[in-house]
Design a protein. Sequence first.
Length: 244
Amino acid sequence: MKMNKNTKPFYFKGGEKACLLVHGFTGTPAHVLPLGKFLYENGFTTKAVLLKGHGTTVEDMRVTNYADWFASVEKGYVELKAKYKTVYVIGFSMGGILTLQLARKYNIAKIVTIAAPMRVFDKLAKWTWIAKYFMKYKPWGEAEDPEQDEKKIIIRYDKVPINGVAGMMKAVKKNERRLAEIDSDVLVIQPKKDKSVMPISAEIIYNNISSKQKKLVWLENSYHGCTLGKERNIIHEEILSFLC
């Protein structure tokens, strides 16, 4: 299965400050493409990585793990940092967890998390550490926001690898325990109508990080796929204001 052109990594060379954008579990750079273009149009250099095993098939995804995904993000960050003195990191969904982990390892001045999962509604996700020994895949639902026009630009799976979900949930727990180690300026964005990630996730991040400069923004009418939703302009403006 070849990648749709919109699922590929992107790099827009703009100003002297750069932003690394990180998509989520089963996602692709298409989820953060509108944001990447917006920030580029407002003077930033923007780059989005494609996490290893993503953007093609669930079979490709199954032979990768969370460590591979973090390595993809770290490689993208190091490459940007070699060219730009200032690099900010923005993560959507699981990309937010990867961003938090990156901020513990590197001195990143500002980070943004969007719908990052500290708690999820999926009951099976909590038991995947056991289920992975009996199942290869679990069902994966359709988009919950009827206003999103995702089908034209993203790959949608009807199932996902159990081992991938298990690895992600393990990483979520580990990163939650170490939130206090983060002192980067942080913008936390969370849609209130999210049916994948419990909104309390945003409060967990906000209340436990050690950042002196932090802000929590609620999206009143958005679902989990908010970066492509009807309030994405709010996301864009909040992030631009935070980074400038």
